[in-house]
Design a protein around this ligand. Sequence first.
Ligand SMILES: [Zn+2]
Length: 170
Amino acid sequence: MFIAHLPAGYLCARGLASRAGGSITPAMALVGMVGGVFPDIDLFYRAFFASQRIHHHRYPTHLPLVWLAITVGTALLLRAGHPIRRHAAIFLLAVWSHLLLDSVAGDIWWRWPWFDPPFSLVRIPAVHSRWWLNYLLHWTAVVEFGLVGVAAYLEWSRPVFFGRWRRPAA
Ligand SMILES: [Zn+2]
């Protein structure tokens, strides 16, 4: 997935804030969006420091076992009532959403380090010469644009970031 990570992180923040019974703040939504794209920072590492032949999903920021350890460690360190606990939970939920979305049509090594083959729900066939057209014209694009649409609708109907620019109802 390419464009779904940002809105998915936003939706994670909204969902978790709602479930916790509080209202979402712009900071929470921003943390969710950062968490939603965070695993892809390995693209910068690969671009400047590593071999282009290694799939970037093999780096630690895309390995579920690494995030499981971080999630458990965070849960143990940040007990209930800790001031950043909710933000940390939003960030980690958004990271997990990234791994799930990447598992739809990308390769994620869910069983690393025990088994090598990665998991991908579907394989997108290379039928068009431009690689991005293969993704854009595949049914998984509906999931991507659907998440963008849901996030945009929620931001429009119950704004977190853009409420102050909306005209008050007459
Ligand atoms: Zn990714």
